[in-house]
Design a protein around this ligand. Structure first.
Ligand code: NAD
Length: 301
């Protein structure tokens, strides 16, 4: 098992993360099988990869000829069993839902070659639980890319309870080859990235709820005081408030510690359908074509 044994990679799910993961593998000259149940998701992903590569061309990080070659590395499939034929690694980036992931990994175990490594990009679901539905738990690992994948350097690599050290070493090496910086952690709820990030976001929302400060004040303090590129409330809008809530629930259930209990304001906003940038309304209000940060009416003083 070495880096040269990985030539073909399947990416399952062609949404926000899947298209970025396919992009970085394709530009590192891997053959990529991009799989989604939705044909339109596949078409949108290819268009998105093309437009993101155009941005790299503008910044002189890629040439037109390279873009054409890299796009040729990607083949799309709507059938998982067909798409994973002959691949050495699968990176699953389908919707964050436990039952769905368990179903996908059960099928992957049945249809993939016995040497194929099965990785998941899950933000919060236990790698050990996912590995448990396969007959190859030693070959299952977390490969948690950050959004937007072509830009963000980190890959949080998560060892399941039974992950083979050789698999971990290989995924570390592979992440470096993709131009990323890997960090290896163990399989506990939220891993490291979300275990630390989500309580910070929740604390920012609690501070707003209690009237300690307004949206702009909280974000300004964290941006200028802590040198964060984005304030926690803007970041929550970017991630999606429903996603933040579901990760906090994973932490709360997983550790049984009340410090992870999601704030009432977060729950109310999710119930109201104010999920952040993707619905046009969260702590800020988003208008297509405008980059201006406008605090939502509910939070204006
Ligand atoms: N969005 C983020 O910022 C982010 C960051 C890190 C990790 N993640 C993780 O990445 C994964 C994907 O998240 P996303 O934001 O890209 O979601 P998304 O909703 O943008 O995309 C999910 C895609 O999966 C497809 N899909 C659903 N069921 C499928 C199946 N059975 N087979 C193949 N495709 C299927 C959907 O059609 C959709 O295109 C999740 O596990 C999430 O936790 C997300």
């Amino acid at each position: 098992m070495d880096l040269n044994s990985i030539k073909k990679v399947a990416v399952i799910g062609a949404g926000t993360m899947g298209n970025g993961i396919a992009h970085v593998f394709a530009q590192t000259n891997y053959q990529v099988h991009l799989i989604d149940i939705s044909e339109s998701a596949l078409q949108n992903a290819i268009a998105k990869i093309g437009s993101n590569m155009d941005r790299q061309i503008k910044r002189e990080l890629m040439t037109e000829a390279q873009k054409a070659d890299f796009l040729k590395n990607i083949t799309t499939f709507t059938d998982t069993a067909e798409g994973v034929q002959g691949v050495d690694l699968v990176v699953e980036a389908a919707t964050e839902n436990l039952d769905l992931k368990l179903k996908i990994f059960k099928q992957l175990d049945e249809v993939c070659d016995e040497n194929t490594i099965l990785a998941t990009n899950t933000s919060s679901i236990s790698i050990t639980q996912i590995a448990g539905v396969t007959n190859r738990p030693e070959m299952v690992i977390g490969m948690h890319f950050m959004n937007p994948v072509p830009v963000m350097k980190l890959v949080e690599i998560i060892n399941g309870y039974a992950t083979d050290q050789k698999v971990t070493d290989l995924i570390v090496e592979l992440s470096e080859k993709l131009g990323k910086v890997p960090s290896v952690v163990e399989d506990y709820p939220g891993f490291i990235a979300n275990r630390i990030l989500m309580p910070m976001i929740n604390e920012a929302i609690l501070s707003l709820q209690e009237g300690v400060a307004g949206v702009e004040e909280i974000d300004t303090i964290m941006k200028l005081g802590m040198a964060h590129p984005m304030g926690p409330l803007q970041l929550a809008d970017f991630i999606g408030l429903d996603t933040c809530l579901s990760i906090l629930n994973v932490l709360h259930d997983g550790y049984g510690n009340p410090k992870y209990a999601p704030s009432t304001l977060l729950k109310n906003m999710v119930n109201a359908g104010h999920l952040g940038a993707k619905t046009g309304k969260g702590f800020y209000t988003y208008t297509k074509g405008s980059k201006e940060l406008v605090v939502s009416d509910q939070f204006k003083k």
